[in-house]
Design a protein around this ligand. Structure first.
Ligand code: LER
Ligand code: MN
Length: 269
């Protein structure tokens, strides 16, 4: 399978074994570790030198699988379902910039994870409807720019809306199954929220546009209790042909990830 891994190219991030300012060395590590592509973590792409990023990717002959956008929620409080119209519009403006950045990087997917907002400030129904409205708007922009959006179900301890795989699927239905929006299936979240992980993958058949790989403790595959052979088989059976992208915490430390990431994901994928 095509493998990718997370790297922050702006600010430090617990899912990136290199500090943001060392992104060039980080890209070299991604390449040397045998990954086919990199998942770029950014907060505000408009503050980056796009030409420098393109140049380094070209020099390393490295593709970008995905742009990860959640850092803007964590660091800047952007949210697609915020009570404040200003914050919702700032989130959409940021996502348009992420999509424009993606166009310049060979059209990787753009992820909608935590940038949708953690929720819990307004009623569930109100937030759901604000999210639906925001998703429709950004979905139209993504379609115009020919960029796929990965909508990521995230576990209940991080956000209120779209925790299970099935709730993600139901949301796609509500959106009218747009061609440019799919599901990012993350094994860490699925292990917490789904009754049966392989069954969830079967139910998502044809809708998965990206996969995040982390074990039950958010460490490298094989260091927790998820059976990744079952995951691989379910993905293969469902005809999934996209990237499997490592998204693990720097545990027990960044050096461990630097040394083990490439071989760890290839053991299963
Ligand atoms: C982002 O991909 C993700 O999985 C979130 O849990 C980050 O907090
Ligand atoms: Mn994830």
């Amino acid at each position: 399978m095509k493998c990718s891994t997370s790297l922050s190219i702006q600010y430090d991030n617990s899912f990136s074994p290199f500090p943001g300012r060392e992104w060039v060395q980080g890209l070299q590590w991604v390449k040397d570790s045998g990954f086919d592509a990199v998942e770029i973590i950014v907060s505000d792409p408009e503050l980056l030198d796009w030409k420098a990023v393109q140049r380094e990717l070209g020099r390393q002959n490295l593709l970008v699988s995905t742009i990860s956008t959640g850092q803007a929620a964590v660091l800047e409080g952007l949210s697609m379902m915020a009570a404040s119209r200003e914050i919702r519009e700032a989130a959409l403006k940021r996502l348009r910039a992420d999509i424009d950045f993606a166009v310049e990087l060979g059209r990787p997917h753009v992820t909608i994870g935590l940038i949708r907002g953690r929720g819990g400030s307004l009623s569930f129904e109100m937030e759901h409807s604000l999210l639906l409205d925001s998703m429709k708007k950004i979905g139209e922009y993504a379609a115009r720019k020919d960029i796929i959006l990965n909508l990521e179900p995230i576990n209940r301890y991080e956000c209120v809306h779209l925790n299970t795989s099935l709730s993600g699927l139901a949301f796609l239905e509500e959106l009218g199954r747009p061609e440019h929006v799919g599901i990012l299936y993350d094994t860490f979240h699925s292990n917490i929220e789904d009754v049966d992980m392989a069954e969830a993958i079967r139910q998502l058949k044809g809708h998965i546009t990206n996969v995040h790989i982390a074990d039950s403790n958010r460490q490298l595959p094989g260091e927790g209790h998820i059976d990744f052979c079952v995951i691989r088989e379910a993905l293969e059976e469902s005809g999934y042909e996209g990237y499997v992208a490592l998204e693990v915490l720097n545990r027990p430390g960044g050096q461990h990830i630097v040394e083990r990431a490439g071989t760890s994901i290839r053991e299963f994928f």
